[in-house]
Design a protein around this ligand. Structure first.
Ligand code: GLU
Length: 473
């Protein structure tokens, strides 16, 4: 590897927001390039205009920005091998298509849509029957002269095997009889994925094509093209599929979403990167919290797992909760801004964050956990009485004692409140659980909150007394 300058690319087609599986591939490409001090390129493969979905390119940029998988070259930042959008490179592909025609590696195909459809229906023929491959040069010339529409097809070898080595999948081989004379250029002069991606990977000096295993079947035609052009093919690495828990290809049915949807659901970029890293790469017990620079250190392209990876949302939740715990309160506060009401006082939110961050799985968990600090809950007296075996009169007496202490205490801190209220509780005949659960429910309307005396401090003396009074009366 030492003499190869590593350049990798992610080459999404703008057919919607990329699936989380594509983003895993992007992460691996990013790590591979950075591990060797090379470049990570983002190229938009938009030659299939019928499938283009407006807005997808912006979503792709957003995902990379959110995760910090910043490309060194892209349509946005440019670079020495641009343009990086395929429809802006059409003249380049024309030139290379002509070269293939000139060397006999490609041929004109005049078959109509109708004929191809018929072929498909009658023969259940998945492949083209190579009819036009056998037209004489006179026939071709006359059809061209008559202006008949045509596509260009690859003239693949009809014998032998294509054999190659894949960094992840190992040694592979396919009989050439199984390959199809794929279309390289359509009637409108726009190249297909096969031609465009091979030309671009070569011209953009891509050293490693690391992509999803679903593209493995396209490799023989790509290798054919490299040979036809006389180019050295890049190193190929096809990463396994992501499967749902039922071992079928991951889809929306399994609850899988795009990274942007996970972001909106309160998942941190750190946790998503960490989660994706472990999907296909084994490191210790897959529970270490790793940053991108740490992943770059650890990543080893020869150790990508060959078996398909199972998408386990529990693992993402776990990693997210651990990352939330790890972030400073100030950092968390910044990330929480779009998840909490704008009128919540930042000072109070910061105090609450410190108390609740250990229990949150996502950023969405904060607002519900903090809500009662900002609006008075409705608490039924029956809910208070349910917390102890004591009568209503005894409970009232305990509340009156607690209120008095809270009103009079000079140092309104969690430690002092704890000391004085515990002393009073011991004398009250209430068990600690009975005494403090009833106060907890009274101020929050819930059975589970952060430590009670911390909640008092955040609410403030006045508000705490007000809420306890309201229950008392
Ligand atoms: N444009 C293809 C896609 O949408 C890229 C395949 C490749 O990486 O070669 O995923």
């Amino acid at each position: 590897m030492s003499d190869t300058h590593v350049r990798t690319r992610i080459a999404p087609s703008p057919t919607g927001t990329p699936h989380i599986g594509n983003t895993r591939t992007a992460l691996f490409d990013y790590l591979l390039a950075h591990k060797y001090g090379g470049e990570f390129i983002l190229r938009i493969e938009d030659t299939d205009q019928d499938r283009s979905v407006p807005g997808s390119i912006e979503k792709i940029y957003e995902i990379h920005h959110f995760l910090g998988l910043v490309p060194d070259e892209s349509p946005q930042v440019g670079g020495p091998f641009g343009p990086y959008i395929q429809t802006e490179r059409l003249d380049i592909y024309q030139k290379y298509a002509q070269l293939l025609l000139d060397t006999g590696a490609a041929y004109h195909c005049f078959c109509t849509e109708e004929r191809l459809k018929q072929l498909h229906e009658t023969n259940k023929f998945a492949k083209y029957d190579r009819f036009c491959r056998h037209l004489s040069s006179e026939e071709v010339a006359s059809k061209l002269a008559s202006g008949a529409p045509f596509v260009l097809r690859a003239k693949l070898s009809e014998t032998g095997f294509t054999v190659w080595h894949d960094l992840v999948q190992g040694k592979l081989s396919l009989p050439n009889t199984e390959c199809d004379d794929k279309v390289l250029m359509k009637t409108n002069g726009i190249p297909t994925y096969h031609l465009a991606s091979v030309v671009d990977d070569h011209l953009m000096k891509i050293s490693h094509v690391l992509r999803g295993v679903e593209w493995l079947a396209s490799t023989p035609i790509h290798l054919f093209l490299y040979e036809a052009f006389g180019w050295e093919p890049p190193v190929l690495a096809h990463v396994p599929l992501l499967l749902g828990p039922d071992k079928t290809k991951l889809s929306k049915r399994h609850g899988a979403k795009s990274v942007l949807e996970y972001a909106a659901d309160g998942y941190l970029p750190e946790a998503i990167n960490n989660f994706l890293f472990y999907l296909g790469f084994s490191y210790k017990d897959n529970s270490d919290l790793l940053t991108l620079p740490e992943m770059i250190e650890i990543f080893d392209e020869t150790k990508i797992q060959r078996q398909n990876a199972i998408f386990d949302i529990q693992r993402l939740n776990y990693l997210n909760s651990q990352w939330i715990k790890k972030l400073s309160s100030a950092d968390l506060f910044d990330r929480l801004k779009s998840f909490i009401p704008t009128d919540w006082s930042p000072e109070k939110v910061l105090q609450i964050i410190a108390l609740v961050k250990d229990r949150a799985f996502t950023l969405k968990d904060f607002a519900p956990a903090a809500e009662y600090f900002f609006s008075t809950p409705t608490v039924e007296s029956s809910a208070i009485l349910a917390q102890s075996a004591h009568s209503s009169a005894e409970t009232k007496a305990w509340f009156a004692t607690a209120i008095k202490i809270i009103e009079d205490i000079s140092d309104f801190s969690s430690t002092s409140l704890h000391e004085q209220l515990s002393e009073a509780q011991a004398a009250s005949g209430f068990s600690p659980k009975e005494a403090f659960m009833s106060l907890r429910v009274a101020i929050s309307g819930r059975n589970v909150t952060p430590p009670l005396f911390d909640c008092f401090v955040i609410l403030g003396r006045e508000e705490t007394v007000k809420r306890l009074q309201a229950v008392l009366s």
